[in-house]
Design a protein around this ligand. Sequence first.
Ligand SMILES: C[S@@+](CC[C@H](N)C(=O)[O-])C[C@H]1O[C@@H](n2cnc3c(N)ncnc32)[C@H](O)[C@@H]1O
Length: 261
Amino acid sequence: MSLPDEIAAVPVWYHTIQLAEGVSTPGWFDLEPVLGKLPWPDVEGKRCLDVGTYDGALAFELERRGAKEVVATDIAGHEHWDWPAALRRRGPEALAQIAGEKGDGFGVAKRALGSSAERVEVNVYDLSPERLGTFDVVVCGSLMLHLRDPIRALEAIASVCDGKFLSAETVDPGLSMRVRRGAAATLGDQELVHWWIPNRAGHRAMVERAGFRVIDSTGIYAVPFGTGHPARATSRTGLLQRLVAGGAGVPHAAVLAQPLS
Ligand SMILES: C[S@@+](CC[C@H](N)C(=O)[O-])C[C@H]1O[C@@H](n2cnc3c(N)ncnc32)[C@H](O)[C@@H]1O
């Protein structure tokens, strides 16, 4: 099968990834423009973990930056999401429809890029040194908002992090402007399996509460929609979004942290 045919056979691409000259995946989100804004630690020669990898954009970026070994984790299927009770009650078929068919975007991208990243199915809550060993660098993007218990997940991440942790998460820009210093969060849209969406200080506080010390951080930036995002054509960029996040997309903030010694 040709690479364009392999790409077309994946039902949903979450990440826009350039897999060859002039060949990109039609992802929901394009991390490429924001990768340079993240406070990356040195990953050269390091053992690295990407938690909640989806199609693997962050895992492949770790490799591109010189990681010696990259493990990329995700859940096995849609039934493992932290479904809100109201959605769970609608039953497995409804959940499958909301979550969409995932396909093997990671595998297609891995082969096309000649990557050695290893995909392992393990829930973030179950990360442990016994299961995967420990890592010099752990990254996790856009996952905490989908979890009922983000601090438990961050504690599990801390258990496997020996060095640095890069956390890039969705934040609420309006709440970040109204509450600048204290930690605050809103409950997001349950139809999208959105749980806690913190202000920028709240994201930082969650990481600290799980046993990390924050050593660097970004302001709020927007993760741009990719060509495959259903809302891309109709989404308008409001004034607040433009002021706080600098453009269209989903507002995020990132911190670089290390485990408390
Ligand atoms: C919104 S995507 C983010 C993808 C990528 N990390 C990024 O930054 O663009 C969330 C990913 O986390 C995964 N996920 C959801 N719940 C999870 C859980 N409990 N444990 C591990 N991964 C989970 C989903 O399957 C999906 O791949």
